[in-house]
Ligand binder design. Sequence first.
Ligand SMILES: NC(=O)c1ccc[n+]([C@@H]2O[C@H](COP(=O)([O-])OP(=O)(O)OC[C@H]3O[C@@H](n4cnc5c(N)ncnc54)[C@H](OP(=O)(O)O)[C@@H]3O)[C@@H](O)[C@H]2O)c1
Length: 269
Amino acid sequence: MKISIIGAGNLGLAIAKGILAAENLGVDALYLTKRNTKSLEAWSEGYNNVSVTSDNHKAVTASDVVIFAVQPGQLTDMLMDLKSSLKASQHTIISTITGKKIADFEAILGQDFAVIRSMPNTASAVSQSMTCISGNRKAETKLELAKEILATLGDVMVIEESLMQAATVVCASGIAFWMRLIRATTQGAIQLGFDAPEAQHMAVQTCLGAASLLQNGGGHPESEIDRVTTPKGCTIEGLNEMEHQGLSSALIKGLVTSFNKIEDIKKTS
Ligand SMILES: NC(=O)c1ccc[n+]([C@@H]2O[C@H](COP(=O)([O-])OP(=O)(O)OC[C@H]3O[C@@H](n4cnc5c(N)ncnc54)[C@H](OP(=O)(O)O)[C@@H]3O)[C@@H](O)[C@H]2O)c1
């Protein structure tokens, strides 16, 4: 398999690292492109199957899979320019570009291309992304391939494209929501007597432990809560106080508010 990453910036290079580490993918050639390739010198020197170029046409022509990872405002002009080198019979297209729909690609390239839209999050940098993907009808047989490639960034879930905006809030904005919860736990721990590094370590590991209990055990959060709450005990007293102060309600309302804000931005842009 030959892959191009068009726009080898933060996310593009995280994908490149994942692809190069996944030997089972069988990648014979990986092309990394950006307009100014100086920062990519180490990549072309360090691997014999990696080529760095500012020539998107050259990279695309030599590839079967083309991953677009430029900024949203850079896509249209770039795609118009690349149109002559993209062939529906040769290329599977994967986009990581926030807010760009499959229809945006089809509007420029036509309906014959397999196009897969993905929404990774910033935890891609540590191979812990929750990446949602969806594809058009032509991409039905290519979804597994896209899953394999994007699984190098973390976990992948196939969803309907109509839910991509909701997935953006839950998974991409979600990183900020979880960070704030961890920070608040850290601040509480400092108030209870720990110094800041200790407090953050405890908050992060406890958060990881709670997530792992659900991920590995497959249980329900409420069952795990039942295991740590004793009648008239301290945990239920604290938890109920958090709920009286609106913890669950604040989170749900925050998610819905972020979702509605994207709708407003779309109407005014
Ligand atoms: N970072 C994340 O975790 C994340 C998560 C979800 C979605 N996304 C989406 O993924 C995309 C990339 O994000 P990012 O954070 O990686 O952005 P970034 O670091 O700015 O990377 C974009 C890269 O595109 C290159 N570029 C621009 N125009 C180009 C062209 N015509 N041909 C080839 N390369 C070109 C830029 O380099 P030059 O200026 O040198 O050309 C830059 O390195 C964005 O659309 C973002 O919304 C990112």
